[in-house]
Design a protein around this ligand. Structure first.
Ligand code: ADP
Ligand code: MG
Length: 319
């Protein structure tokens, strides 16, 4: 069974940044307004994620670590319209199977916090305000093959920072901070969306990009497309979200690329930030364990719509 859970863990977490992403998802699902991530050794030695969300009642702490246990959906029907970032109930169990994990949490009603040590199963009283702290020590200590494939601490930290950036760009109303070896690396205060984009992607990108927005019932598409000047600042800036989740999607990436090709011929790498909010029943998020792929019911229609919007926004900027 330990082998089974380690194999499953391999699908969910392949490096510290993947654990950071899952822990951030959980903090955001818990309604946090401030999330703080602390790393030691690029996240390999220790990742701590603290939030001020709703917390976990002490009697539910052991459940949080059980495989396929989620508090976010109750049945198959709810799987058809997932509104939260998590729903598979895999992440904490997976991370706990390849690390030394503890959860310290306190609900608003609780008189004190409770800490659960995953390895020993021991529960004890602890001190903290409302919210949850998850501490992950010695990631992959028991899977040497995986540990061997990690890059330098600096590289792993850079990936963790990118995971934080992706979430910060989707949740401007939430404050984020990243600490490493006890030093503050990056901090984004709650801000209006445009300000958050500038804070995370740089004033240069915002200044050299075209916004667009389009809405019909059950679908809203919001974005900013970088002009060639923006691409010079940073070419690999491609952020695509579906219902607050950072995703990779070939169809939508193609729609954007072909719009850039059409209007700005020969631009090497389009840069963009695009957020699609769609009725959850029209998209399947349960495609892959990492939840970074989705399937749309009408992917062709969405491709056309996004391409049209992007062409309009880019053409306008040339006129
Ligand atoms: P999922 O997010 O898919 O439900 P996880 O393994 O990530 O699965 O988390 C398991 C459960 O633990 C969640 O359903 C939630 O009830 C609880 N949980 C995890 N992290 C937090 C947190 N930061 N705040 C509140 N509850 C949490
Ligand atoms: Mg989760």
């Amino acid at each position: 069974d330990e082998l089974v859970s380690q194999i499953a863990a391999g699908e969910v977490v392949d490096r510290p940044a993947a654990a950071v992403r899952e822990l951030l998802d959980n903090a955001l699902d818990a309604g946090a307004t401030q999330v703080t991530v602390r790393l030691l050794g690029g996240g390999i030695r220790c990742i701590t994620v603290e939030d001020d969300g709703m917390g976990i009642p002490p009697e539910e702490l052991p459940l949080a670590l059980r495989r396929h246990a989620t508090s976010k959906i109750r049945d198959l029907r709810e799987l058809e319209c997932v509104g939260s970032l998590g729903f598979r109930g895999e992440a904490l169990a997976a991370i706990a199977s390849v690390s030394d994990l503890s959860i310290t949490s306190r609900t608003p009603e609780a008189a004190h916090a409770t800490r659960l040590d995953a390895r020993s199963g021991e529960l004890r009283a602890a001190a903290r305000g409302r919210g949850t702290t998850i501490e992950v020590r010695e990631l992959f200590f028991n899977t040497p093959a995986r540990r061997k494939f990690l890059k330098t601490e600096a590289t792993e930290q850079a990936h963790c920072l990118e995971a934080l950036r992706r979430q910060a760009l989707a949740y401007p109303e939430v404050g984020f901070a990243l600490w490493s070896e006890g030093k503050l690396v990056e901090q984004w205060r709650p801000a209006p969306r445009q300000q958050r984009l500038a804070d995370v992607l740089g004033e240069d990108f915002v200044a050299a990009s075209r916004p667009f927005e389009w809405e019909v019932p059950a679908l809203r598409i919001l974005g900013r497309l970088g002009l060639p000047e923006a691409a010079r600042a940073r070419a690999d800036l491609q952020y695509l979200y579906v219902n607050g989740r950072f995703v990779r999607d070939r169809t939508l990436a193609h729609a954007l690329r072909s719009a850039f090709d059409d209007v700005l011929h020969g631009q090497r790498q389009p840069s963009y930030w695009v957020a699609i909010d769609i009725n959850p029943e029209l998209v399947d998020v349960n495609v892959h364990p990492t939840k970074s792929e989705v399937r749309f019911r009408d992917s062709r229609g969405l491709h056309q719509q996004l391409r049209r919007l992007a062409v309009e926004a880019l053409a306008q900027s040339r006129a």
